[in-house]
Design a protein around this ligand. Structure first.
Ligand SMILES: [Zn+2]
Ligand SMILES: [Zn+2]
Length: 245
């Protein structure tokens, strides 16, 4: 069951600073909702048929996408909630315009739509993809961690924000080709402790495009002894025609 306000304090806070809608960025209506009823249809879920491994939308009924069929990925499987195209403007504000509050909506919606599947994977730990400390400081928060904390609270699975660390301030991925992305990310992550040993780790990020970021996170986690790496993201590729980028 979805609750509009978790505490009386939250209710009061909402009166003073009403939550913004992740779609139109106005005050979400009706009051207390995390998204406007009329805005919700703008966000399109990644519908079936989907690749059973990476979750991308496919234009014809088949089990795996081309990349997964050729064994390109290190993660076991994952899902994205909305198509990248439908969620891009919202995610841009979530990431760069201080709209940290959208995390609540994304978290609730991800649990509502993907919760059963995520639980069926049996993850022990949620690990958000980290930002480089410099970038995190500039932005004030890590959008992937905000989303992961919401998921953690609602799924009852612990989250570790420090399990994975970024070693380098990598170039923004959107400026790079797929090959450059892979190179850009080489050894971009380390696992400083032993939080992940023998655990099924659910990597949490905002966007899945080629899978390069999740794969590099998976490489570091598996090298540190993780039993399995899964992922969930807010947005990912829909079927052809809903192009990523
Ligand atoms: Zn709205
Ligand atoms: Zn796939």
């Amino acid at each position: 069951m979805k609750e509009l306000f978790r505490t009386a304090g939250e209710f009061l806070l909402q009166l003073l600073y009403p939550r913004r809608c992740p779609v139109c960025d106005g005050i979400a209506s009706p009051f207390g909702e995390t998204v406007c009823a009329e805005c919700m249809p703008v966000l399109k879920p990644v519908v079936a048929p989907r690749c059973i491994r990476c979750g991308r939308g496919l234009s014809s009924e088949q089990a795996l996408c081309d990349a997964c069929r050729s064994g390109a990925h290190l993660f076991a499987r994952g899902r994205s909630l909305f198509t990248y195209r439908s969620a891009a403007p919202s995610l841009y504000r979530f990431k760069y315009a201080g709209r940290r509050e959208y995390a609540r909506f994304y978290g609730e919606e991800a649990v509502y739509c993907l919760g059963d599947e995520i639980r069926s994977w049996g993850p022990d730990l949620l690990v958000p993809v980290p930002l480089h400390p410099k970038r995190r400081k500039k932005r004030g928060y890590n959008q992937a961690a905000e989303f992961a904390k919401e998921l953690s609270g609602q799924l009852g699975i612990p989250v570790s924000e420090n399990a994975l660390k970024r070693t380098r301030n990598t170039a923004p991925m959107k400026l790079l080709s797929p090959a450059q992305r892979q190179n850009n990310l080489k050894k971009a992550f380390i696992v400083p402790g032993n939080d992940v040993k023998s655990k099924k780790v659910l990597v949490v990020d905002d966007i899945y495009t080629t899978g390069a970021t999740i794969d590099e996170a998976a490489r570091a986690l598996l090298e540190a002894g993780a039993a399995k790496v899964l992922f969930v993201t807010i947005a990912g590729p829909g079927a052809r025609g809903t192009k990523v980028q």
